[in-house]
Each structure stands twice: as C-alpha cells, then as structure tokens.
Ligand binder design. Sequence first.
Ligand SMILES: Nc1nc2c(c(=O)[nH]1)N[C@H]1C(S)=C(S)[C@@H](COP(=O)(O)O)O[C@H]1N2
Ligand SMILES: [Mo]
Length: 532
Amino acid sequence: MKAVKNFLLRASTLAMLAGILAAGLVLGVAELVGSFFTSRSAPLIALGSTFIDFTPPWLKDFAIDTFGTNDKLALFVGMGVTIVALAALLGYVAWRTWVLGVAGVLLLGVVIVAAVVSRAGASPFDALPSVLGTVAGLAALRWMIRKVHASTAPKTQHDDGEGANSHARTDAADGEPATSRRSFFAAAGVTAVVAAVAATGGAVIGGVRNTVNVVREKLTFPSPASAAPPVPEGVEVDVDGVVPWVTPNEDFYRIDTALSIPQVDVDTWELRIHGMVEEEVTINFQDLLDSELIERHITLTCVSNPVGGDLIGNAKWLGFPIRELLAQAKPQEGADMVLSTSTDGFSASTPLPILQDDRDAILAIAMNDEPLPLEHGYPVRMVVPGLYGYVSATKWVVDLEVTRFADQTAYWTNRGWSEKGPIKTMARVEVPRSFEQMAAGTVMVGGSAWAQHRGVEKVEVQIDDDDWQEATLAAEASVDTWRQWSLETELEPGSHRIRARAYDPEGVQTEQRADTVPNGASGWPSVQFSAE
Ligand SMILES: Nc1nc2c(c(=O)[nH]1)N[C@H]1C(S)=C(S)[C@@H](COP(=O)(O)O)O[C@H]1N2
Ligand SMILES: [Mo]
C-alpha cells in the first residue's frame, strides 16, 4: 500500500500525469475550436488518416483480417495508447528539463498541424484548432510542472522551479510538501475539467451545426425512368442460415479510409468531369434528380475479402448511368481510364471502356430505396458491376478525370494493389459455418456464389473426399448479382469437411490459393464441421 502510494506521489509520476492531462487539454480545446470548422481540422482524425495513408498493404490486410470492419476502432485504441504514453513521456521530460519538454510538445504540434493541413480539401485555417490546442496544452503543462517542482523543493524555497536541477530528489517522501502537492492536484483537476468541458462542448456544438443527416432524411427521389427488373421468384434458397439475397443497408459491409465520415452538403455538391474530354461537364445534385435515372441490383465486393469472407453485399442502387455522363463529356482518343476522386482524397482508377460499355455503371444516389447512408457515400457514389470496390466504387465522389493509366495512379494502386481489379469468381459456404455442429442424417447445405458481370453458371460441392456434386442454383436476377445455391446431403456422425466451387462461362473458379494482395483472394472455400 505504502509503496503504491509512494509511487503515485512521486514527482516523476505527477509529471507524467501532468503530461497526460495537458494532452487531453490540447485535444479538448482543438475539438471546441474545431467544432466551428469542418471535421477535417480535428487533430486525431488528421493524424489517424495520415497514418492510414502511410499504411503498407500487408498492414492494411492484417488489420482487416484481424479486426474486420472494426479496423477503425482498433486504430483509435492504438492511437489512444500511443498518445497517453507519449504525453506521459513528454510530461516527464518537461519536468526534468523544461526546454526539452517544450521542444517535444512543439515538435508534436508541428506534426499535427502538418497532418491537418495536408488532408484533402484542408485550408491553412484548419490548423487553427490544433495551434490553439497546443498553446493551451503548453500553458497548462507549465502550470502543473511548476507545482510539481514546488512539491519537491526545500520548504524555504518555494520558487517556480525554473532551475532545471531543483528536483534532484525524485521521491517526494511523505511529509512536508503535502500542501504543494495538494496545489498540484488542484491544477491537475482544473486542467482535466477544462479539457472535458471543452471536448463535450465541441462535440455538442459540432452536432448542432451538422445538419447533413437532417437534410438527408428529408430527401425524396423521382421514380426511375428505368426501374430495376423485377427480382425473380426463387432467388433465395430455402436453407436456414444462408445470408439474405438483398443486404439491408445497416448490415452492408463498410470499407474505406475515412476515419470521420465526410459530411457533404447536397446543395453545394458538384461533380466535375474533365481531363481528356471534348466538353468539360459539371453537374449538381438537382441535375441528377432531373435526369433519367435507372435502378439496378448490383453485388459489391471488396478486394480484401478473404475466401469465405463477408466483405460483400447486394443492394438496389438508384442513379444515373456513368456511360451517359461520359457521352456528354466526349472522351478523347487515347484516354483509357477514369480517375474518380472523393471529397476526402480517396481515388480509384477505372478502365474507361468498362464505364462506356452496356453494363450499368451507376452514379448512385440511393441504396435499397433510401438516400445513400453517410458511410456508404452520401450523397453520391459510384457502383460498377464486375470490379472490386477499390478500382470503381468511389464514395462521396466529386471528380471524374478522364485520363490514361500511363499518366495517373490511384489510392490503392499507389500502395501495391493491381491496376486492374475484376472480381474473381467465387463460391462461399454459409451453411454449415466453420466448426458448426449439424444433426447427422439428411441435411441441407447452402451458400452464395458470384462472378459479377459474367454470371454464375454452376456450383459444385464436395463433402469430405466424396465426388463433387452439382448444387441446386437459385434463380438468377442478373449476371451482376450473386446467386444462392443449396444441396441436400447425407451425413454420418463425425467430423466433416465441405468444399465448394463456382463456374462462370469460362469454367471453374481457380483452385490456386492466392492472398488478397494484390488483386483479390482465390481458392476453393473449405469448411470444417461436425455431425452428430
Ligand atoms: N471515398 C472512398 N470511397 C471508397 C473507398 C474509400 O476508402 N474511400 N473504399 C472503396 C472500397 S476498397 C470498397 S470495397 C468500397 C466499399 O463500399 P461500402 O463501404 O459501401 O461497402 O468502397 C470503395 N469506395
Ligand atoms: Mo475494398
């Protein structure tokens, strides 16, 4: 008990606490000032986003494999731990040698400001919250460190502890300096309260000022000039546990680099089509509403989806055909790519011919009869049948540049992913799940298969080492959507393995196992389970 108390009251411990509280004040003040700006100005968001941008492909894949769609939460926790450790260290350094501590804090401040102003669309003004936060943090740190020094100074000499060596005694033994220690805790308490009030106030003001969601909920859409073809009866197999054919918006996987979801105002949203075009075109949201819209079911897939993974979803998208926009802009001879860019700086390179052929590449404004959810790209995103999201599905899209693969690269292709990203033909076993226990006897197994824009022609299933059997395919809605399958089989009690493989018009999906980097996982899915 005494040892713990001694440790907690040691001057070095107090200094570290001072560092942590000062860091809290930096963030709180930045949040408050930043609530009058865009979310771009938030130091943590900017730091995290910059970190994400420098993440190598193997680490991104590790993060998605380990944390799935909780990867952002994991990043925030990691950042939190790092910040507390760094702040404690800086508090300690500032106590030992004040100028070194100041230098450390200023260096961190510079890093934060650099991260903030280098974000897409940021202006120098966006640095203000971080600058003011750093100034406040530094002032609080100085105040608290002085109290720490006072608590260890010889009784007669209650100076401000400016002298760098006035704290040779690291252990503030119990006894005399209790009053000064109390005055340290008073300063620490004030700092903590001010930080908390600032952060809360900032969050509240930011929430009130953000009306994007309110506007989104009031949006209504004209009925499409070309409605979605009716979904045939029997797109779903009758097997409990197979995932629904249409993915509800709230269950739709979300993958993006956006730490804070971009808040885009429909009234100011514009999309510019430029580059190698005869006619530069700019459209706004009302132009889209006034256009002949189409509605289609399209199954979206992420290149980071492992074999058997769930980074895939099927939705009904409403929007304007990208092919028609391009026709207005008239691409020039020699162009072979469209670089789409989002408001937060993400970009994707899509082959121009794919956006011009007869497939329904859509500039989408609605998802399953709802305005796009904010995290799925509100107010406008791209959806292109047959291509992985990283080369096609730009959310919060604001810019289309017609260009050439030889001249431009995109966000993920700059980080080691392939230039072209056609979706690989794939089957998935959904019933049974891995390590599930099924009843022995006659059972139904099932799942989904996809080969977007080519179509699934057949699915085969193998139980243990038996012969491959042809599964029953559910009705096909279109070649751009996934297709369910099922199979009735007999199971002896014991442990089993089930594998599946899908066929597109070119033949069977490859058995060759490949990692998700650089252009999507491949191999036959295999599930271990038991029956009793
Ligand atoms: N602005 C933006 N758009 C983006 C991304 C992104 O990081 N930023 N990620 C892409 C990737 S990798 C995928 S798989 C899809 C996922 O779309 P969803 O989150 O709506 O499922 O969005 C694509 N569009
Ligand atoms: Mo993706």
